[in-house]
Design a protein around this ligand. Structure first.
Ligand SMILES: Cc1cc2nc3c(=O)[nH]c(=O)nc-3n(C[C@H](O)[C@H](O)[C@H](O)COP(=O)(O)OP(=O)(O)OC[C@H]3O[C@@H](n4cnc5c(N)ncnc54)[C@H](O)[C@@H]3O)c2cc1C
Length: 446
């Protein structure tokens, strides 16, 4: 028996003894969810040990791995065979199953789509307590296409097969500066069909300072930069027009400073960087600090003393590329968070589209990532800015990720995320509601 087969057999006998999957909830030491949820009631079945790489076949362009494997471990296993998963989300602790259930993206998404578009097969533990193999063509294809954006409410992916692409030792970068948003998004769209690049993303630093970063695998670079300690990757984008990183450093270029959010915990100060050291300069450290702060309310108390009303705005939204400049203008006018991360996404294949994540059809979309606090002197209704963003995204035909706060009414939510299809999936794979409801989990934080 392989290790995975043994773990699976043990899980099956535990489920049989427990009488099904009621109360099933994954126990993990890290999470990239950004909404606080009520304490979990009931027993948890620990799936955290489903965290290994099963096999890598770089020649065939596939990696088989368990659902709770981190992308750091997955990328290391594939890099050893000169390959990388086709889409590697930017944070080391994101897991393969979490990135499918919660929508993973990266600078290769302009070519390969979102993480779930790179998956060819999944073993899913359903709410009904069965472990089913789902592929795009078999009798469980509805679950295969239903799992993306289901946040563990249909089942947990225990093992997945993902596509890989060949990698080289280094990635060469070009940072192109623009000053006009319309020209910027036109350039972005044009480059989405450029076969000469492997990666494409961007950063908006101000109204007239917008960058595209073009990346290309190369075997050798005359010199490679190090952004793991003293220097900070996002700052380098404004400072130099070309650069090179090792392939591994490139994959984690955003993790060291959590894009730029490390500034919120003082980790961009040279002394703090030295004290933290390479091992602790990463998103896992910052998440721990932020969660501790949220639990103990330190920033909340400080804001109260200063008479400031602060709203956390941590969002990733996907907008059809033709409306991207309009959305950016809205962000500048109504939200004011900078920098903004920009990442194009290939138009979804109409035959393989994710049922619960309705990206615009027939056109690339642009992911806007903006993560900060919006402060105001006036008392506003709860979720005031987040609500405005939700309305604008819907107006422009976009779709919002659900890993953070959402304020949709139930009717609005299900008009976007396909109540009918979700209901059919629930009836088939979680008939007793063992895993909870998507709206309750993502909006009511149940
Ligand atoms: C600040 C911030 C920045 C982010 N940046 C990026 C980014 O740059 N790129 C990117 O791709 N994503 C990004 N994300 C989103 C992230 O990919 C998703 O939140 C993803 O779901 C996290 O995966 P995880 O493994 O940490 O899962 P968790 O946070 O542990 O879980 C997320 C959800 O998925 C469910 N889940 C977990 N494992 C499984 C499984 N095996 N099968 C089924 N369901 C499962 C859980 O029940 C939970 O509801 C970001 C999130 C935050 C908060």
């Amino acid at each position: 028996m392989t290790t995975y087969a043994r773990k699976k057999a043990q899980l099956e006998s535990r489920l049989a003894a427990a009488g099904g999957a009621r109360g099933l909830s994954v126990r993990k030491s890290t999470s990239n969810l950004f909404r606080d949820r009520g304490a979990h009631r009931g027993a948890r079945i620990d799936l955290s040990h489903f965290n290994g790489v099963v096999s890598v076949d770089a020649a065939a362009g596939v990696v088989e791995a368990e659902g709770m494997v981190t992308y750091e471990a997955l990328a290391d296993a594939t890099l050893a065979q000169c390959a990388v998963p086709a889409v590697v989300p930017q944070l080391k602790s994101i897991t393969l199953g979490g990135a499918v259930a919660g929508i993973g993206i990266e600078a290769s998404s302009f070519r390969h789509g979102l993480v779930h578009d790179t998956i060819t097969s999944m073993d899913v533990l359903t709410g009904a307590g069965q472990i089913l193999t789902c592929t795009p063509d078999n009798e469980h294809r509805d679950l295969f296409f239903g799992l993306p954006n289901s946040y563990g409410t249909l089942g947990y992916a225990l093992k997945l097969t993902a596509r890989t692409v060949p990698a080289r030792r280094c990635v060469e970068l070009r940072h192109l500066r623009h000053s006009d948003p319309a020209a910027y998004f036109a350039d972005l769209e044009r480059r989405c069909t450029d076969d000469g690049i492997d990666f494409l993303d961007g950063v908006v630093f101000s109204r007239n300072e917008l960058f595209l970063t073009l990346g290309r695998f190369v075997e050798h670079a005359p010199e490679v930069s190090d952004y793991g300690l003293e220097r900070i990757y996002y700052q380098s984008i404004r400072e130099r027009s070309s650069d090179a990183l090792t392939a591994r450093d490139f994959l984690w270029r955003w993790d060291t400073d959590w894009f730029w959010c490390s500034k919120n915990v003082g980790a961009q100060h040279p002394l703090v960087r030295r004290l933290l050291g390479r091992r602790r300069l990463n998103s896992i450290t910052y998440q721990k600090v932020m969660r501790w702060n949220a639990r103990h309310g330190v920033t909340r108390a400080w804001n109260r003393i200063r008479g400031i009303h602060a709203e956390s705005v941590i969002q990733d939204v996907d907008i059809p590329i033709a409306r991207a400049a309009e959305f950016l203008a809205f962000l500048h006018a109504e939200v004011g968070i900078l920098p903004i991360w920009i990442c194009p996404i290939r138009a979804p294949d109409p035959v393989r589209r994710a049922t619960l994540y309705p990206l615009a059809q027939g056109t690339p979309s642009v992911n806007f990532g903006f993560w900060d606090v919006v402060a105001s002197r006036e008392q506003r209704p709860t979720g005031f800015v987040n609500r405005a963003i939700e309305r604008k995204v819907s107006e422009l035909g976009g779709v919002k990720s659900l890993y953070s706060d959402s304020y949709f009414t139930e009717a609005e939510f299900w008009a976007i995320y396909d109540r009918e299809a979700y209901g059919a999936l629930k009836r088939r794979y979680d008939p007793d509601g063992a895993l909870g409801d998507l709206y309750a989990k993502c909006v009511r934080r149940a």
